[in-house]
Design a protein around this ligand. Structure first.
Ligand SMILES: Cc1ncc(COP(=O)(O)O)c(C=O)c1O
Ligand SMILES: N[C@@H](CCCC[NH3+])C(=O)O
Length: 443
């Protein structure tokens, strides 16, 4: 009988660790000890300390494979969105599996190349590409620029002309579709800064067709992140298909259609549409088009392949609230502070008294940063002692990549596991490195 993942009581939210991990293929408890693949978390902490991000290689590859299997009937290219997790080891594993990449900066392109990715399988998104970004990308012969404005289009043409090259482009169309997600990560509405309004796109394509050093290859759209329903994707696709037909009528033929990323994941007990359901909803429409289809998934590939490990340093019960001060903070994982994201916090060792709300107390899991917004979870029923190691699940996406050095805190180490092996893939930053490039005023 399957146990329920959450129990909400008046005091707080209880997350059953075994029921939660039953939904997370990378994680399981063995003899009451949390394991990722065959590696015990205690072993990881012994080697690398905390805070530490840990990623499962198999979990990353399994989702990548699920995408390729679900769209096997079409010519397609999965361009993993590097911003979700840009560690070279993660990029390398995906590059070896044949992935392309979606990038938004020269830095991300350099990472992809350093990890063995192919420039020809890269799409370059982002609203503020600079002359030197474009120049670098053209010199690397990247696959496509996803163009977000007319001024960017002219800039790309100018750079391509100066280099005597032809720039492959798509226009990123803003379809004005509500992605029904957190407003900060919704990108396909008129009010958002992204893309070219779908009403204007035909005219802009016609302008692009007249530019000497522009080669129109596709059309693109990305409406937001952590979408749990399929309807907004379908609504956006319908608008893009309408445009593909209008473009055909004026003699502009495309090679690919790029539907962006955005598929949501289950953090605690959300029920996002599965990759299969997503594919089934889109395939009938896509297969009629005869175009290669690109996707740019980020979160869905890496979120549940990763955890953030943190140790309880101080327990501070007060009359009103109990605070567990841990060694990770908002600088390590900003999603709870920035989006009020609810992420699961589970023990690395199950308490002896079994797992239910018995013996637990409500805790706010907070960092040591001088901000009231510095929390990782609030009102969670847990049984805690100083020195306990906790795992924050779903932390593989937009975790390390959004981390900072606020309060002069070095960024966490990162580890990858595969089967029974673990390997450091980024060493913990040293404190000296934080100010190594700073210079005293010479006065
Ligand atoms: C242009 C673009 N493509 C892909 C993604 C990846 O989105 P997600 O991580 O939700 O799959 C993003 C982020 O939202 C994006 O801005
Ligand atoms: N950083 C966001 C996702 C943003 C996607 C970028 N376009 C998150 O953690 O949910």
């Amino acid at each position: 009988m399957s146990q329920s993942v959450t129990t909400q009581t008046e005091q707080g939210l209880y997350i059953n660790p075994e029921a939660l991990t039953a939904h997370l293929p990378a994680l399981h408890y063995q003899n009451d000890a949390l394991h990722m693949e065959q590696v015990s978390i205690t072993e990881v902490v012994k080697h690398y300390g905390t805070p530490c991000y840990v990623y499962s290689k198999q979990a990353i590859l399994a989702v990548y494979q699920a995408y390729t299997d679900s769209f096997a009937s079409l010519n397609h290219q999965i361009c993993y969105a590097v911003k979700a997790n840009s560690n070279l080891a993660v990029l390398g594993v995906l590059a070896q599996a044949g992935a392309g990449f979606d990038i938004v900066s020269r830095g991300e392109l350099m990472r992809v190349l350093a990890a063995g990715g192919e420039a020809s399988r890269v799409v370059f998104s982002g609203v503020g590409k600079t002359y030197s970004d474009i120049e670098y990308a053209l010199n690397q012969s990247i696959g496509c620029f996803n163009v977000e404005s007319i001024s960017e289009l002219t800039l790309i043409n100018d750079v391509a002309k100066a280099l005597d090259k032809s720039a492959p482009i798509s226009l990123r169309v803003n379809p004005d579709v509500d992605a029904k997600t957190h407003p900060y990560i919704s990108t396909g509405l008129k009010d958002n800064k992204f893309g070219i309004a779908h009403e204007d796109a035909l005219v802009v394509y016609q302008q692009a067709a007249k530019l000497s050093h522009i080669n129109i290859v596709g059309i693109d759209c990305h409406i937001g992140s952590q979408l749990t329903e399929v309807e907004p994707f379908v609504a956006a696709l319908d608008k893009v298909i309408e445009l593909v037909h209008s473009l055909g009528k004026v003699g502009i033929e495309l090679r690919h259609i790029d539907l962006g990323g955005g598929l949501g994941v289950r953090y605690i007990d959300e029920t996002p549409v599965s990759i299969d359901e997503f594919a089934n909803a889109l395939l009938p429409k896509l297969s009629k088009l005869g175009l290669t289809v690109f996707f740019e998934p980020g979160r869905s590939i890496v979120a549940n392949a990763g955890i953030l490990l943190t140790q309880v340093d101080v327990l501070k019960p007060t009359e009103h609230k109990n605070f567990a001060i841990v060694d990770a903070a908002m600088n390590d994982l900003i999603r709870p502070a920035l989006y009020q994201a609810e992420m699961a916090v589970i023990p690395s060792a199950l308490p002896n008294n079994g797992i239910d709300t018995e013996g637990t107390q409500p805790w706010d899991i907070v960092g040591a940063i001088c901000e009231t917004g510095d929390f990782l979870a609030k009102d969670r029923l847990l049984s805690l002692a100083t020195g306990d190691v906790l795992a924050i699940t779903g932390a593989g996406a937009y975790g390390f990549t959004m981390s900072s050095n606020y309060n002069s805190r070095p960024r966490a180490s990162e580890v990858m596991v595969a089967d029974d092996r673990h390997q450091l893939i980024r060493k913990r930053e040293s404190i000296e490195a934080l100010y190594a490039d700073e210079v005293l005023w010479q006065g």
